[in-house]
Design a protein around this ligand. Structure first.
Ligand code: SF4
Length: 553
């Protein structure tokens, strides 16, 4: 029997359509696809500096154009603050101009977390003179001032730049501050100090207009010890010994948190120190050229890495950007608990370094000035900020340690803090952030005091980390905390809508790298937060096996 003729298959609907543009420049997709891409194409964010200096600082807040105010000023570290008195949870219905205060948050980038005492003094004076004595240490080793007036910005830049600091690309769709190890150059565990690579990247590429219009922010970590959160940066270099070639760096790409968290993945290569800047440049150019620019929430490198896979990513890096092959390399070792460097530790040169804990990064100009004074008295000229919102005084003479520890304790910085003070972090929250739903910094203060009192009897093998976010973004890295707290409005036992948190349990970095479990039933009001953490901690202490970590429990 003859076969029935087969009608040619009709192309399915999806096959007839042109694939939707994701705004990938390398594919010729230059049409701006969202309002951010439109304003970035219209004028480079870096160009706003001139307008700030020549117009806005002279004519005041009202003279700032909306696109500069809510867009380009970020390229110079400036965000408008939340207008005081606006409740959390209803900001989506408020017009931007009603949400904006006339004051700014100003972020100072501190690449590698490295400051001299002279630089710290300048930061302290700016805080006192222009920022109502505010200064927060962020978990990206930045300093953030609040209450800044646009009229004062040129003078602030003059002072910062006079000591080699800047706010260039501290925010915006740019290469953000480069995280480094707080103990680079002084740690006995470090085989190769990567500071020269951090400095070269900053010198060559920060403020470079060819890299100032990225799809979104681009975060970097470069540290021999894996103590600068390499798992959750867009690009990370972590120290590793190659069996034949010696010390160099393992390269990871595509890590980030926020609403679709993803851990960075190894490309399986070994990068010698002097090649780190060029390899970094290759990775950021891939992001610029191939990164997705249609939807803001998909415009991070992690989405490209997820779609391409590491094999293709490495191939594009080698063939299109570096024009050579990279050497295969082994995986870098990871620490079994966060290296926060709190306390008094030996340096390789016989001096000591002293890690100090404020609560959740909140300090002030006055406190920072005291730290600079005490550090200098102890023989030190160097301070480091840490990715845990803490600070470390380097190069302390051994005989001067006790006096330093006592002096800084008097201004609220502890070298031997409780586990709760040591491991609690908080983002900016409703006090200043326009996206916030709940209070965070003040909450961290009351929580730490509460836990210090109520859990004083408990001995933990290692501190439990508590990270507090004011909204579903993840500026305080809630997914990688033992107890992560995501700010939201919750219903309390009396049926009222109140400030509270969705809990994520069991996240971590290092050997425990992974994201906490979001337990739907674990929602807690701010008022009950202390009770909740006490309950979880006591249960963990009772139930865990010896040596079992919270993330494994
Ligand atoms: Fe603001 Fe949310 Fe980030 Fe906190 S997590 S600083 S509330 S955007």
């Amino acid at each position: 029997m003859p076969e029935r003729p087969v009608a040619p298959a009709r192309p399915r609907r999806a096959e007839t359509r042109e694939p939707r543009s994701e705004g990938q420049w390398a594919l010729g997709q230059r049409e701006p696809l969202n309002p951010n891409e439109v304003f970035k194409q219209a004028d480079d964010g870096l160009n706003v500096r001139e307008r700030i200096e020549t117009v806005y600082a002279r004519e005041g807040f009202a003279s700032i154009s909306p696109e500069d105010l809510r867009g380009r000023m970020r390229w110079w570290g400036l965000y408008t603050q939340r207008r005081p008195g606006i409740e959390g949870g209803r900001t989506a219905t408020i017009a931007p101009e009603d949400l904006d205060d006339e004051y700014f948050m100003l972020r100072v980038r501190v690449d590698g977390g490295a400051l001299t005492t002279e630089q710290l003094r300048v930061i302290a004076d700016i805080s006192i003179d222009f920022g109502r004595d505010t200064a927060d240490i962020t978990d990206r080793e930045n300093i953030q001032f609040h209450w800044i007036r646009v009229e004062d910005v040129p003078e602030i830049w003059r002072r910062l730049e006079g000591v080699g600091l800047s706010t260039t690309e501290a925010c915006g769709d740019t290469p953000r501050v480069v995280l480094g190890s707080p103990v680079s150059g002084v740690s006995a565990q470090e085989v190769l100090n990567p500071e020269p690579a951090i400095q070269e990247i900053c010198r060559r590429f920060i403020g470079d207009p060819t890299l100032s219009n990225l799809p979104r922010k681009f975060k970097t970590s470069i540290a021999w010890l894996a103590d600068a959160a390499p798992e959750i940066n867009d690009v990370s270099f972590v120290g590793v010994e190659h069996p034949e070639h010696g010390p160099g760096f393992d390269l990871l790409v595509g890590g980030a948190l926020s609403t679709n968290p993803r851990l960075a993945e190894r490309l399986g290569v070994w990068v010698p120190l002097d090649e780190v800047p060029d390899v970094w440049h290759g990775v950021i150019q891939i992001f610029r050229d191939y990164g997705y620019r249609r939807l803001r929430h998909r415009a991070r490198l992690k989405f490209l890495v997820a779609d391409w896979g590491t094999e293709k990513f490495r191939d594009v890096l080698e063939t299109e950007y570096l024009h050579r092959s990279l050497l295969d390399g082994p995986a870098a070792p990871l620490p079994d608990q966060p290296l926060d460097h709190i306390g008094v530790h030996d340096q390789i040169d016989g001096n000591k370094y002293v890690g100090l804990a404020p609560i959740a990064g909140r300090v002030s100009g006055t406190v920072l000035k005291s730290v600079a004074d005490s550090a200098q008295k102890a023989g030190s000229g160097r301070i480091r900020l840490t990715p845990y919102q803490k600070l470390v005084v380097l190069d302390v003479r051994p005989e001067a340690v006790d006096a330093l520890v006592e002096e800084v304790s008097a201004v609220g910085l502890e070298a031997n803090p409780s586990p709760w003070r040591r491991s609690t972090m908080a983002c900016t929250g409703i006090e200043f952030c326009k996206l916030a739903i709940v209070e965070t910094k003040a909450r961290a203060h009351t929580l730490v005091a509460d836990l210090e009192e109520r859990l004083d009897h408990i001995e933990l093998e290692r501190p439990l980390s508590i990270h507090i976010n004011g909204c579903p973004n993840s500026c305080a890295r809630i997914q990688t905390a033992d107890i992560g707290l995501k700010g939201q409005i919750v219903t309390n036992d009396a049926g009222e809508q109140v400030e509270g948190f969705q809990v994520h349990l069991g996240g971590g970095l290092g050997l425990d790298a992974g994201f906490g479990r979001k337990l739907r039933s674990h929602k807690v009001s701010s008022a009950e937060l202390g009770d909740y953490v006490v309950r979880v901690t006591e249960n963990f202490v009772k139930q865990h096996e010896p040596g079992e970590r919270f993330a494994q429990w």
